[in-house]
Design a binder for this molecule. Structure first.
Ligand SMILES: Cc1cc2nc3c(=O)[nH]c(=O)nc-3n(C[C@H](O)[C@H](O)[C@H](O)COP(=O)(O)OP(=O)(O)OC[C@H]3O[C@@H](n4cnc5c(N)ncnc54)[C@H](O)[C@@H]3O)c2cc1C
Length: 169
C-alpha cells in the first residue's frame, strides 16, 4: 500500500541487493540480472513550489530523463533479505529512494512481475526459497525469464528497436 494515496512515495522492501541511482546511471551489470528496466527518474515532491511547506497532495516533481539507455535489475532486488518466502515487484522492490523513482514506472514493474512469477514457479518446482534459487538454480531462472520476457532495446544499437517473441516450453 502507498503511504499516501496516489503519490509516488511508497514502502520499499530490502532485498539481498539494494539498487542505487549510481547503478542505474552506470548501467551496472550483475551475474543475476533478470530483466532490463528503462525510463526517467521522476521524484514526486510533497511540497508547494516556492513555499517549501509539506503538502501531501502532489504539487511538483523533479524529472531527469538520464541517457535513455536501459539498466539491469538483479534478482536479489526482487526477494526479501529477511522474509524467506517474499518476492517483490513494481514500486516495492529493493532500491534506494532515487532509484525507486525510475523502477516504479509501469512498464518496469511489469518486467519485475514476469520475473517474480517465474521465480515463484521455480521455487515451488524445486521446493526452495527465492534465495535458494539464487544459490542453486540461477541459470535456470535466467533462462526461463529470458523465454518469457523481453525489451525493445538493442544495447549494441540504441536507436534501433527489436521485438522478442515468447518461446513456449
Ligand atoms: C501521480 C502519479 C503519476 C505517475 N505517472 C507515471 C507515468 O507517467 N508513467 C509511469 O510509467 N508511471 C507513473 N507513475 C508510477 C506508476 O503508476 C506506479 O509506480 C505503478 O503503477 C505502481 O505499480 P505497482 O503494481 O507496483 O503498484 P500498484 O499499481 O499500486 O498496485 C498495487 C495493487 O495492490 C493492491 N493491494 C494493496 N494491498 C492489497 C492487499 N492486501 N490485498 C490485495 N491487493 C492489495 C492495490 O489495490 C493495487 O491495485 C505515476 C504514479 C503516480 C502516483
Amino acid at each position: 500500500m502507498a503511504f499516501v494515496a496516489a503519490q509516488g512515495e511508497f514502502k520499499r522492501y530490502k532485498g539481498d541487493h539494494v539498487l542505487t541511482e549510481n547503478d542505474i546511471r552506470d548501467h551496472t551489470r550483475y551475474n543475476d540480472m533478470l530483466v532490463d528496466n528503462d525510463g526517467f527518474f521522476c521524484i514526486h515532491c510533497a511540497w508547494n513550489p516556492g513555499e517549501g511547506r509539506y503538502d501531501f497532495r502532489l504539487q511538483d516533481w523533479i524529472m531527469d530523463v538520464r541517457d535513455q539507455q536501459p539498466y539491469g535489475i538483479p534478482f536479489r532486488c526482487l526477494y526479501s533479505a529477511n522474509i524467506e518466502n517474499l518476492l517483490m515487484a513494481g514500486k516495492h522492490i529493493s532500491v534506494t529512494h532515487v532509484a525507486g523513482s525510475s523502477v516504479k514506472l509501469m512498464g518496469n514493474g511489469a518486467q519485475h512481475g514476469v520475473a517474480t512469477a517465474a521465480a515463484a514457479f521455480l521455487a515451488n518446482t524445486h521446493g526452495t526459497t527465492p534465495r535458494g534459487l539464487y544459490d542453486a538454480h540461477l541459470e535456470e531462472l535466467i533462462g526461463l525469464v529470458a523465454k518469457l520476457n523481453g525489451h525493445d532495446h538493442d544495447p549494441a544499437n540504441p536507436t534501433a528497436t527489436r521485438r522478442f517473441v515468447a518461446v513456449p516450453g
